[in-house]
Design a protein around this ligand. Sequence first.
Ligand code: ZN
Length: 144
Amino acid sequence: MTLYFPPDTKNTIDAMRQAIGRNATFYSRIEIVCPTCGIDPLSGQALNSFCPTCSGLGHIYTMSGTVVLGHVNYGTLDSFRWASAGQYPEGDATFQMEYTPEHLTLVEGMDYLAIDNKKFSYTKQIIRGIPTPNRIILILVEGE
Ligand SMILES: [Zn+2]
């Protein structure tokens, strides 16, 4: 028996995401050299150890947010898995988004994800799609 997958699977999934998707914001911490004093290139230390802007750290940290449209699924049976002792819930929610190099980079660099004013981190990244990857699924747990 030959399994046949329709070639337009990705378009179908993308269209559904457009219709029922939600925005999630991927936050990652960015390190910026202090604009007030700066960094000594030799020592790597702040130029002013009493700098009021960076508290003498030489860097300030800020969060950058990137919004991605995806399909959110809160704690349904879809996220249950079978184990030797029966079923167990895997994470609080799942987030499914388009598979792109940009999205992979966002996942790797993220500190947390915000959906509907809740913060999530991910415990697992699953890449799905036939014949080529077309979506990324993150298993989310609430909290950072
Ligand atoms: Zn400074």
